[in-house]
Design a protein around this ligand. Sequence first.
Ligand code: PLP
Length: 416
Amino acid sequence: MTDVVPPPRVPVHAPITAFAARNGELLVGGLALSRLAARVGQTPFYAYDRAALSQRVRTLRAALPAGIELHYAMKANPMPALVAHMAGLVGGIDVASAGELKVALDAGADPQHISFAGPGKRDIELHQAVAAGVLVNIESFREVDVLAHASQSLGVPARAAVRVNPDFELKGSGMKMGGGPKPFGVDADQVPALLERIGQAGLAFEGFHLFAGSQNLRSEAICDAQQKSFDLAVRLAAHAPGPVCFLNLGGGFGIPYFPGEQPLDVAPIAGNLAQLQQRAACELPQATLVIELGRYLVGEAGVYVARVVDRKVSRGQVFLVTDGGLHHHLSASGNFGQVLRKNYPLAVGNRIDTAEREVVSVVGPLCTPLDLLGDRVELPAAQVGDLVVVFQSGAYGATASPQAFLGHPGCVEVLV
Ligand SMILES: *Cc1c(COP(=O)(O)O)cnc(C)c1O
């Protein structure tokens, strides 16, 4: 095929480090992928690798200063078995609904180290949170009254922190969740009044929560946001009805999804947190510093696996049609918050060693052009029955996708 014009040189994906291969097959949880597919009994499926999850937390813990509390934000992946695994590895779990709260409690997470955030907590959810004894990150004046009522009727303290909508942004973040007008948290300038109300209502004030944004690969931007968050918390603490016990500085640690992206360098963030810890010792002497991470902890430990059901050529372009697609993996299709669609890293999981490549598009079975897993990617020549793997799929997968769309079967999730 020497007359084919080579594709333009494009940036490449960061290397995949969480998974090894043997005899041409990807290994997930130590199992060859085709064997795992047989064990699961169907495609498509998500598989999460326990060892990779544990290794990720170990590596991060070793980098961070001791005494920084590491939380898992379970909306990234709420699969119960995975949450139970994570609960044994991290210091706490962050939930965003009563449904997630149930999973966290079932997983054995200590209520003392569960926190609950989210912009529209219903009365019943706040009542459940007080009964469970978890920390509620208050995001409106209304929540203060509901919590006070729940505390009185249950006869237990309502543990409360204030989620602050800061007056700055996390620069270069995939999704900004603080700065400017936001439904999340309470604007920094309204927080003194909110703190007064919390004191009057007799809630058990425990601290502040600041979450500026998500999916950031620039450590200096994360350090900058952490410093500003800390400074803001110190200023607001002067208005608080009690000492700050927890200061949740948010997260935002990203993972490389797309060509040209590099893994986050955690070392400068660890150094920054060590400095903030020293400052905390005098400025907020009772405070434990918390960071909360979702995708950084679980995203690279998961794969999505779909089987090739057809191979078609249309006007010279090869299409691999798989049984999986956007209905299970909205983010890999490019429809979960991305502005410009880019490809996740893909492989043919049962042809890992094949050096020869062809340019193909990998699509799903849905009758919409949005159902695209790979747009003109280089892969080994795949045949019907082969297993296409989407890497970086441990976060925002099954539960962040419209599984009912078009009536195809749902996917299975396994922890291996
Ligand atoms: C979504 C969210 C997270 C997790 O974000 P990741 O990008 O997955 O790390 C953490 N905290 C809060 C408050 C969130 O809303």
